[in-house]
Design a protein around this ligand. Sequence first.
Ligand code: ZN
Length: 143
Amino acid sequence: MPKKKHPKDMTTEEALKHIFHPKIVKHVKAIIRSTTQRGIKVTIEERVFIEAGDLVEMEIACTAESCGGRASFSLTKNGIQLPYACPSCSTEWFHRMSDSRKEAIVDFFDALRRLRELKNPAFKLRLRLHEERYHDAVFVSST
Ligand SMILES: [Zn+2]
């Protein structure tokens, strides 16, 4: 017969069997097993949405080196008058004659304004943001 171990020298498994009734040991192991399995299967998915009503402003930011110029347009006001050039460095943003980019921005602005005012208790319209970019933005703004 093997010499009895002192509890301080026992493994967790041996201590469990030494202290508890076999039925309790079996039950505890089943709980640990199911918890571990659940833990492995859990995936945390974070989805970031923005609702049209959360939008307040559209901004065009100049990309010319070290400019920082911008033109902002409130979505709570009617209409949008886009400048043809950066108000800070005068870099041309749009062609003066006809520019499909300018038309697309004006159309988008008008659509956002209409969506902001869309009221329907049966649903809400929301746009999903790219998570990684969102987290980068949070990181940048918190430093
Ligand atoms: Zn500029």
